[in-house]
Design a protein around this ligand. Structure first.
Ligand SMILES: [Zn+2]
Length: 83
């Protein structure tokens, strides 16, 4: 008697769409891991785009903080005009 195949789990799709592998890897690499207020492990870091900005909506169950974190790449983006 052959063993019954394990049904796919909700978090484990039966077929991986390879078009999104690079995006998934970038998310795993860049998603904020720790709360900026209390340092606990982040409970949620949901990624979305707004124009050219890549944003992470984050929430911490440790202290209740929530907010958006926007990666800026190699440096810091200031608010003042260049002079
Ligand atoms: Zn926190």
């Amino acid at each position: 008697m052959r063993p019954r195949p394990t049904p796919p789990q909700p978090w484990q799709p039966a077929v991986v769409d390879r078009r999104f592998l690079a995006d998934a890897e970038a998310h795993r690499r860049d998603a904020p891991r720790f709360c900026p207020r209390c340092g606990a492990q982040m409970a949620l870091a949901s990624e979305f785009w707004e124009a050219d900005d890549r944003r992470f909506y984050c929430a911490c169950t440790g202290c209740g903080w929530s907010g958006e974190i926007i990666p800026t790449g190699e440096g810091v983006i200031g608010h003042e005009l260049e002079h």
